[in-house]
Design a binder for this molecule. Sequence first.
Ligand code: ADP
Ligand code: MG
Length: 212
Amino acid sequence: MKTAFIITAAQAIQQTILANENTLEALDREIGDGDHFINMKRGASNIVDMQAELAGLSPDAALNKIGMKLLSTIGGASGPLLASFFMSMAKVLKENGDESTLKIAAAFAAGVQAIIQRGKASVGEKTMLDVLVPVSNQFVLLATQNCDTKLICATLIKVAEEGMQSTKNLIATKGRAAGLGERAIGHIDPGAKSCQLMIEAVCKQVLENESR
Ligand code: ADP
Ligand code: MG
């Protein structure tokens, strides 16, 4: 992994968040408090604004800095959760290195574990984890099997989409939507949607780099 890629990925994430303003706004208005788009937009623009500072850092140090920035600038439940993802991913990359897809997958999985620990949620509770856990599992599996990057990216885009869609018919048992009971059924979880968009954007960026 290269820090230049992290910066390009952050720009791609910002673009997809901005392009999906109406969707993200509406989802959090339906089953939350309506601030998820604003939170994600603020987080993404803060990271993109740091690009000059990030450029001089190693990938793990850049991801750690991103996590710290998210912790101090995004409010809501999603800020500290996403911050813990980046900081844990950074820690594992620093310890184990980042020179193989398997090492990156393992660091991604550690980031998802940090979200689980911090938020005390698991799959099936109608949160971002319904996207992140299946993506992480599949990422580790495909990397272990030495699959090529194109196949991994195409698969993860699909798994993220399925995970996001799966939240539609779930009752929420964590986060703000937990108070809604059956009224949350029929609505996709906003955090699951933003995670799906971010995964798609990053995977497409990898695919684009591959085809150059
Ligand atoms: P808030 O809920 O504080 O308004 P956001 O609207 O930014 O914060 O984020 C809401 C999203 O955070 C939810 O859609 C859900 O995906 C995610 N979320 C909330 N609580 C948890 C949790 N305990 N574990 C994992 N994700 C959670
Ligand atoms: Mg909200």
